[in-house]
Write a protein that binds this ligand. Structure first.
Ligand code: MG
Length: 160
């Protein structure tokens, strides 16, 4: 333990898609029967929020700078791949992840049934515990009307 810790925060939101064939992917896990999210990549707002929290903690920029949605390279990208890329950048810079925690705000779908699978996928990519919880917006605002969903994430990193 070096005792040199940093925290980072990440946020992401995506609108639900009208395309019935677009899958909903959150934390790398497919939610059957739920509308997908509009996005240049796979729209995985949970992976994006965790990626931003990690990059920000290390002072390595943010997802919009490193993986711009104007670059065709990232079209339809598996966002766990973007997360893995961010973890590799942290590793190169001498940082390891201690843990990350996410709150997904969505009227639908329910997060709880897939929570363990999401945590396992994210933790596997990050090589540290990643926890996920779902909250409803109680009918308030755009999230409450079910127009999309949002995710907030915090991450703690430590210099090796
Ligand atoms: Mg995003």
């Amino acid at each position: 333990m070096s005792g040199d810790f940093r925290v980072g925060h990440g946020f992401d939101t995506h609108r639900f898609s009208d395309d019935p064939d677009r899958p909903l992917i959150l934390g790398g896990v497919k939610f059957e029967g739920a509308p997908g999210l509009v996005g240049h990549s796979d729209g995985d707002a949970v992976a994006h929020a965790v990626t931003d929290a990690l990059l920000s903690a290390a002072g390595l920029g943010d997802i919009g700078v490193l993986f711009p949605d104007t670059d065709a390279k990232w079209a339809g990208a598996d966002s766990l791949g973007l997360l893995a890329d961010a973890v590799a950048r942290l590793d190169e810079a001498g940082w390891q992840v201690v843990n990350a925690d996410c709150t997904v705000v969505a009227e639908t779908p329910r997060i709880a049934p897939q929570r363990n699978e999401m945590q396992a996928r994210l933790s596997g990519v990050v090589s540290a515990p990643v926890t996920v919880k779902g909250k409803r917006a109680e009918g308030l605002g755009a999230l409450g009307r079910g127009e999309g969903l949002a995710c907030w994430a915090v991450a703690l990193i430590e210099r090796r």
